[in-house]
Design a protein around this ligand. Structure first.
Ligand SMILES: Cc1ncc(COP(=O)(O)O)c(C=O)c1O
Length: 326
């Protein structure tokens, strides 16, 4: 088994409030008065109807750009610092110069939540390569665009956290890191979308993606954990997994509770014979997995270690994070 360590960064709590001016709301008075969110694009706020990017933006033309999905709970942004660090790592990997400091980005994100007057929700933070021509040369895209969208989401209904998810193994393999490293959270998610289509066609809740060696990489939008004889296993990042922020919280909770987490190559067989399994992701949080390719995992019901993980994770999300309205 190949093993390595995962670490967690410390949260900084930026207090700086920088004025970000809302753009003029040009929504015609005749439009229906649905509650619209305000969307940040390059330093200004727009209504949903007016939040537009150029058709020449390489984010649209080539999926050339990066993003983060971030949650905020109870008036605090969860693991803001780690998400910004990962965004910057993605940017460095694809030679994209983010046109603002991490601190200013953090403040723009907090201000977007304030503009939308939310205390709980989800943020999509996007940096596109910017406007170029129809050729793919990124050097011709002079200014990357920063977009911040807030949403109120609950990906899965509460009963799913009690009853668990099913998955199928997808024929679509996770992108080989030598072609496009899955550690980069890029705007090009077609690999994941293809796998998601397979999961949908099989009527499963999620799709398990293997790497070129046939080992488990991750799911279409979540990291994978299995539990066997009291130990927790998860694929290493080198297997083609995103360095999930929720994944790193699982490492922290496990350390607190004295359970060992081992980063190791995992096969489908390991998933089939696991005592328990769960998935992690910012949107899904920690969610039990109870069926894989038609086989019940363990008892076919969420197990005790998974339940403990979920309840501790909920405590942590309630109690920690960068204050939005301080
Ligand atoms: C492909 C993929 N893997 C794993 C994850 C989970 O990462 P995180 O916990 O940082 O949301 C995500 C979601 O961001 C994802 O898109």
């Amino acid at each position: 088994m190949k093993t390595s360590n995962a670490g967690g960064a410390v949260i900084d709590q930026p207090k700086l409030r920088q004025a970000v001016k809302p753009a003029l709301d040009k929504t015609p008075a005749s439009k229906p008065a649905a509650k619209q969110s305000k969307i940040y694009i390059d330093g200004k706020f727009y209504s949903e109807a007016d939040a537009k990017v150029s058709v020449f933006d390489h984010g649209l033309l080539y999926g050339d750009g990066i993003f983060e999905g971030i949650r905020f709970y109870n008036g605090r942004v969860f693991r803001l610092e780690e998400h910004l660090e990962r965004l910057w790592d993605s940017a460095r990997s694809i030679c994209l110069h983010v046109p603002m400091s991490q601190r200013a980005m953090g403040e723009a994100l907090l201000e977007t939540i304030r503009q939308n007057n939310l205390r709980n929700g989800y943020i999509r933070l996007i940096v596109t390569r910017g406007v170029g021509n129809l050729g793919l040369n990124p050097e011709l895209c002079k200014t990357p665009s920063v977009i911040i969208i807030t949403a109120q989401i609950a990906l899965y209904p509460e009963p799913v956290y009690k009853n668990g998810l099913s998955l199928v193994t997808c024929a679509t393999r996770r992108t080989n890191p030598s072609a496009l490293n899955p550690a980069v959270k890029s705007l090009n998610y077609l690999n994941n979308v293809m796998a998601r289509i397979e999961a949908n066609q099989a009527n499963a809740d999620e799709g398990l993606m293997l790497n070129d060696e046939g080992n488990v990489a991750e799911c279409t939008a979540d990291n994978v954990f299995i539990i066997k004889r009291g130990q927790i296993f998860t694929p290493p990042i080198t297997a083609g997994a995103l360095r999930g922020i929720t994944r790193s919280v699982v490492f922290e909770i496990a350390a607190e509770t004295g359970i060992k987490v081992i980063e190791a190559d995992i096969t489908r067989h390991d998933v089939f014979v696991a005592d328990e399994a769960f998935l992690t992701g910012t949107a899904a949080e920690i969610i039990p997995l109870v069926k894989a390719d038609g086989r019940p995992i363990g008892t076919g019901k969420p197990g005790p270690i998974t339940a403990r993980m979920i309840s501790r994770f909920r405590e942590i999300t309630r109690e920690t994070g960068t204050p939005i309205y301080s």
